[in-house]
Design a protein around this ligand. Structure first.
Ligand code: NAD
Length: 296
């Protein structure tokens, strides 16, 4: 049994922390929203009055927060209270530069750390089927891997500090671009009089096949579990796709990489969100393309 502090008990963090309790660990949690602390208590998580109180006595500290600024603020606040020898892990999706700065905050205090963003959404968080992409030293990874494995199905060591975040945003940039490409193909097929099913049957077994098509097919019918069959209720919300695409563009600028399709995807999803569709599944972009609004 390991004593784990878990800070950020929201849509993802709450169920992830509950899975650590289920796995037999002692979890002390904290969130700034009192109602989330009460839900966590019902799941067997001991609730602390602050982040610093939660980490006192922890062997592993996990954060699951909205963005880089929250992670840097919380890590700076808690690090003085983290016991020597403890491991710090951030599972939030944040920009690579902030992730590296967070590692530096830990290192300055002599603490090991990992960035370990996740893929799999709230369903994966509840079912402990997430994929965790991990950046940090081999020693830190060896220490954290058995704990991370209780929250997911795959734990991949991607490299040194920041490599987990880099893998996450590169993967999601592929996903955003793929979804737009697939949606354009369905809209073109409609204009050409080709049925959705016929395009799916061909593309899903041909060179056009990809995960976004076979799992998140943006038109109703071919993949019964895709959000298109339930009026584009997420699933994976446009807001979150846009967040990840914007992170990819920040990283591309900072690293000097050319990502013209990533930039176009971020711009298109940005316009879609501005029109009030941030809460819809990201596959709803097909409707934006179909009615021509994506042309601006
Ligand atoms: P969320 O907003 O539900 O949870 C974040 C929690 O952090 C909130 O409950 C908030 O109150 C808490 N928080 C903020 N500042 C705090 C502080 N100073 N101290 C303590 N708690 C604080 O968000 P989420 O959906 O759980 O996502 C968390 C992270 O995981 C994000 O970075 C997101 O991009 C990433 N992510 C989300 C999904 C998803 O499907 N929701 C999937 C993969 C990755």
């Amino acid at each position: 049994m390991t004593t784990i502090a878990f800070i950020g008990l929201g849509n993802m963090g709450g169920p992830m922390a509950a899975n650590l309790v289920q796995a037999g660990h002692q979890v002390v949690g904290f969130d700034v929203v009192p109602a989330l602390c009460e839900t966590a208590r019902a799941a067997g998580i001991a609730v602390a009055g602050s982040g610093s109180e939660a980490v006192a006595g922890a062997e592993v500290v996990i954060t699951m927060l909205p963005a880089g600024k929250h992670v840097l603020q919380v890590w700076s606040e808690i690090v003085p209270a983290v016991p020597a020898g403890a491991l710090l892990v951030d599972c939030s999706t944040i920009d690579v530069d902030s992730a590296r700065r967070a590692h530096a905050v830990a290192a300055a205090a002599g603490l090991m750390s990992l960035d370990a963003p996740v893929s799999g959404g709230t369903v994966g968080a509840k079912g402990a089927t997430l994929t965790l992409m991990v950046g940090g030293s081999p020693d830190a990874f060896a220490r954290g891997e058995p704990i991370l494995a209780k929250m997911g199905r795959r734990v991949v060591h991607c490299g040194e500090a920041g490599a987990g975040q880099a893998a996450k945003i590169c993967n999601n940039m592929i996903l955003g671009i793929s979804m737009i490409g697939i949606s354009e193909a369905f809209v073109l097929a409609e204009k050409l009089g080709l049925s959705h099913q016929a395009l799916f049957d061909v593309a899903s077994t041909s060179s056009g096949s990809c995960w976004a098509l076979t799992t998140h097919c943006p038109v109703p019918g071919p993949v019964p579990t895709s959000a298109a069959n339930s009026d584009y209720r997420p699933g994976f919300a446009t807001d979150l796709m846009l967040k990840d695409l914007r992170l990819s563009q920040e990283a591309a600028r900072s690293a000097g990489a050319a990502t013209p399709l990533g930039a176009a995807a971020a711009a298109l999803y940005g316009r879609f969100q501005e029109e009030g569709h941030g809460g819809e599944d990201y596959s709803a972009i097909v409707r934006f393309l179909r009615d021509g609004r994506g042309l601006a």
